[in-house]
Design a protein around this ligand. Structure first.
Ligand code: 0A1
Ligand code: ZN
Length: 878
């Protein structure tokens, strides 16, 4: 492996910092290529640190200009500066003030970490380790300081100057065309929550009155001219603030809350104290440019970042191994918010689809790691589905096990005890253990053990005794670094359903009053009494644990659940299970009787028919088949993506034909009148109508094409327009090409819409797609330096296009490798994320597998790989 320093950081090596920084005075003079930063750090030795340690500050890619200690400039002999650190061997043993002056070049900063420019504006990104690119610092989350930031810039070029906290001063600099602002953040925070922004920006704002009656000015800053596209985000922010007061009793704690949207950003958004910085994709929305899904994402991410103010900022993390403490908990909170604002069952299904598609995949790949990892080479590679989504599932299981009231009491105690501190997972669990008197040490294993547990269940009915016994067994497959696994504490929410749908009055003393059985041994059995007839078990209701269930129910029994289960999630799950079984058989050459497909199709028709009017969003989820990637994951080895693609196309065609009458009716009747609104009810109607269009086109391409073209021309919103273009991309020919070209032309000045256009084309499952993607890289809107463009074109090709990325000739793999290497020179984080598309390589059939391995090995051989890419490639090959 030829990477830069491949040092491994280990959880077991954690030591408190030897020094603390109580106050930070920053003076930042913005300049495109020579920004000057003077940091005055009020420091003292940490009583909990080592008493003889040198002072070692972190640094990266800065030009050090001067260092002084207690006002005296240090000579070159008194400190040692390297690209990664600034060391003062003889640091004082009493409080002292260190002043460090650095010079940065924000224009040349293509990594988008530290201070950089986006569309000419200045912005920062400091999580996880970006602050050390602004000044030398103890850049670790357990060093909390109060910040004062003075920002100075050219008044005309940079009229808006924003920092963390409240603005306490601003003005002009006499005799010059420069101005300044001073921001004070009274809440001690780690450096990763620092932010500043300088630029020419438009603004929308409103006043929010908190639960205790304080007034807070909420503002969102965007590219001038796009202010009206920020209204929805502002509304979502207000709703999030109200929800956190009502559900968790958490109030906002500054006079202003600012959000800035930027167009070059490595992730979704960042929760900097009082100054969130967002990828503009998650702020800007108008009916003409954003889909229903975009609106839902904006709402969720605005909420997520806002909720971090308590889970992440007021209570922060002791070290980066505790990342799930803020991320898993905050994802759980944003999921709950979206569920309350929208349809809870529909949202739960969406969450689980994401979890399975991303986290289960990661957990079964060479990149599998515990929710709280024990070591890392590059922390940026651990902002993963495991830390975020599985982390959220752990919090959800905890709530399922202890109940809603104790969960809230535990959260209150956690905030009370840990406010203003840098905490660890143990502190979180201790609050719930103390509130309930429960021993949660076994439950804590969810943070430590990686891999997705499998739960095998068999049911036995005794009609004479009127008992029903469930035998359960659990196991977790080996994952990197963890060959042997222990049994997990798995909450199984369950019930029994009679074949005719009537309620069953069975009882079982191992199941609590909330219908949950805690399965915490390798094997166990539970028996229900008073069971009048053979039941169908409904297990893991609401997806009560992130496990894979093996329960071989025949299709007919699954269809009983689809019709009669009181649990919505399991109704959807039942349809998915039948579909998955048929898709796996069709993909792997197992014979499938026509009647089985017809029976499934008939069940879908009648189910959707019954639900189309009352809950179209749910019906749309039920008629949507598992994706090709889902099927690949289910097959798990020797995967042939072409066979899966053929199987899924065939199933879509058969269901489209079988349900044609119903689908046509939905398509005709589920129109939404009046001006566009992204509310869940209207979005649900559009979802089922567009899912119907997709299946109708699969059944009869000519009809589908005609309907899609008409919809594309007449649509009054981006949801319907994009859905019709998406259907057209499945139908090769001149009509499609013309539609694609016209769409691209219409939105040539709308980068976020062009991203969707890139994605649709990159996902076309045809041989010419690789060439198409290469050609699109020449499009004037494409730039390898912009993460949104790269992800929408290249990322979509690699992650969404199963057949073309995994081409049997290896060309898809070679292409991705070439882009990863190019991107790595500019933006290692982006490159490393693209590279994770290879995480499925070991499950492919042998030809593809060997192409992928060869490509990965050739990447690993390259000189000067970033630590980010070096880490992913080496773990992928382990
Ligand atoms: N804390 C943010 C995620 C985030 C992480 C790293 C970043 O920089 C590369 C940016 C954002 C969140 O959870 O939203
Ligand atoms: Zn987060």
């Amino acid at each position: 492996m030829r990477t830069d320093t491949a040092q491994i950081v280990r959880l077991e090596d954690y030591q408190p910092s030897d020094f603390l920084i109580d106050r930070v005075e920053l003076d930042v003079r913005l300049h495109p290529t020579e920004t000057r930063v003077t940091a005055t750090l009020v420091m003292r030795p940490n009583p909990e640190g080592r008493s003889d340690a040198p002072l070692v500050l972190d640094g990266e890619e800065m030009n050090l200009k001067a260092v002084s200690l207690n006002g005296r400039t240090l000579t070159a002999e008194e400190f040692e500066a390297s690209p990664q650190s600034l060391t003062i061997a003889q640091a004082p043993r009493q409080p002292f003030t260190l002043t460090v002056e650095t010079e940065l070049n924000p224009t040349a900063n293509t990594k988008l970490m530290g201070l950089y420019r986006s569309s000419g504006n200045y912005c920062t990104q400091c999580e996880a380790e970006g602050f050390r690119r602004i000044t030398y610092f103890l850049d670790r989350p357990d060093v909390l300081s109060v910040y004062n930031t003075r920002i100075e810039a050219d008044r005309d070029d940079v009229p808006v100057l924003l920092g963390n906290g409240n603005r306490i001063e601003s003005g002009s600099i006499d005799g010059s065309d420069r101005h300044y602002a001073v921001w004070h953040d009274p809440h001690p925070k780690p450096s990763y929550l620092f932010a500043l922004v300088g630029g020419r920006l438009g603004r929308v704002s409103k006043t929010f009155t908190t639960m205790s009656g304080r007034e807070v000015e909420l503002a969102i800053y965007v590219e001038p001219g796009k202010e009206d596209r920020a209204d929805y985000a502002l509304d979502a922010l207000e709703r999030s603030m109200r929800w956190d007061e009502k559900i968790f009793g958490r109030e906002y704690d500054l006079d202003v809350f600012n959000i800035v949207a930027v167009s070059d950003f490595n992730m979704g958004a960042m929760e900097n104290k009082g100054l969130n910085i967002f990828n503009d994709k998650y702020v800007l929305a108008s009916p003409e440019t954003a889909t229903d899904t975009d609106y839902a994402h904006i709402e969720a991410i605005i909420a997520h970042e806002y909720f971090h103010n308590w889970t992440g900022n007021r209570v922060t993390c002791r070290d980066w191994f505790q990342l799930c403490l803020k991320e898993g908990l905050t994802v759980f909170r944003d999921q709950e918010f979206s569920s309350d604002e929208r349809s809870r069952p529909v949202h739960r299904i969406a969450e689980v689809k994401t979890l399975r598609a991303r986290q289960f995949l990661e957990d079964s790949s060479p990149l599998a790691h515990p929710v709280r990892p024990t070591q890392y080479r590059e922390i940026n590679n651990f902002y993963t589905a495991t830390v975020y989504e599985k982390g959220a599932e752990i919090v959800r299981m905890l709530k399922t096990i202890i109940g809603d009231d104790d969960f809230r009491r535990g959260m209150d105690l956690y905030f009370e005890r840990c406010d203003g501190t840098a905490a660890a997972v143990e502190d979180f669990l201790r609050a719930f253990a103390d509130v309930t008197g429960r021993d949660l040490s076994h439950f804590a294993r969810w943070y430590e053990q990686s891999g997705t547990p499998r739960v095998k269940v068999k049911g036995h009915y005794d009609p004479d005794a009127r008992t029903y016994r469930l035998d359960l067994a659990q196991s977790t497959p080996p994952t990197p670094g963890q060959a042997k696994k222990e049994a997990m504490a798995i909450p199984v929410a369950l019930g029994l359903v009679a074949h005719d749908g009537s309620a069953m009055s069975a009882s079982c003393d191992r199941v609590d009053q909330r219908g949950v059985f805690l399965f915490d041994k390798p094997e166990d059995s539970i028996t229900f009494t008073g069971v009048a007839s053979l039941p169908v078990p409904s297990l893991f209701r609401g997806f009560s644990a992130p496990v894979k269930l093996s329960l071989d129910l025949p299709n007919e029994e699954l269809l009983v659940l689809l019709r009669h289960d009181t649990d919505s999630f399991n109704r959807w799950q039942a349809a998915q299970s039948v579909a998955m079984r048929l898709l796996v058989y069709l993909s792997t050459g197992v014979e499938v009787a026509d009647e089985d497909i017809d029976a499934f199709s008939a069940a879908l028709c009648s189910f959707t028919d019954r639900n189309a009017q009352d809950d179209p969003a749910f019906a749309a989820l039920v008629v949507t088949l598992p994706s090709e990637a889902d099927v690949a994951q289910e097959i798990g080895q020797d995967v042939d993506p072409d066979a899966i693609h053929r199987a899924r196309s065939e199933m879509r065609r058969r269901i489209g034909q079988g349900c044609a009458k119903h689908l046509q009716r939905f398509y005709e009747t589920l129109t939404v009148s009046g001006p566009y609104s992204p509310d869940a009810a209207s979005a649900g109607r559009r979802a089922l109508r567009n899912a119907s269009l997709d299946l109708l086109a699969a059944a009869d391409p000519d009809t589908g094409e005609a309907l899609a073209v008409r919809q594309l021309e007449s649509a009054s919103n981006m949801t319907d327009r994009l859905a019709s273009l998406s259907v057209l991309t499945t139908l090769p020919g001149a009509v499609r090409e013309e539609a694609i070209a016209r769409f691209g032309d219409r939105y040539r000045n709308e980068p976020l819409v062009l991203d969707k256009w890139f994605t649709l084309q990159a996902a076309i499952p045809e041989d010419g797609t690789l060439e198409r993607v290469k050609a699109l890289m020449q499009h004037p809107a494409f730039s390898i330096a912009n993460p949104n463009r790269v992800r929408s074109l290249i990322g979509s090709f690699a992650m969404l296009n199963q057949v073309q990325f995994n081409r049997a000739d290896g060309a898809g793999y070679r292409f991705l490798a070439s882009i990863v290497l190019r991107a790595d020179e500019l933006n290692p984080q982006l490159a490393a994320r693209l590279l994770t598309a290879f995480s499925t390589w070991r499950m492919m059939e042998s030809t593809r597998r060997s192409h992928a391995e060869q490509v990965l090995r050739s990447i690993a051989q390259k000189p000067n790989l970033s630590r980010d890419v070096g880490d992913i490639v080496s773990r992928s090959l382990e």
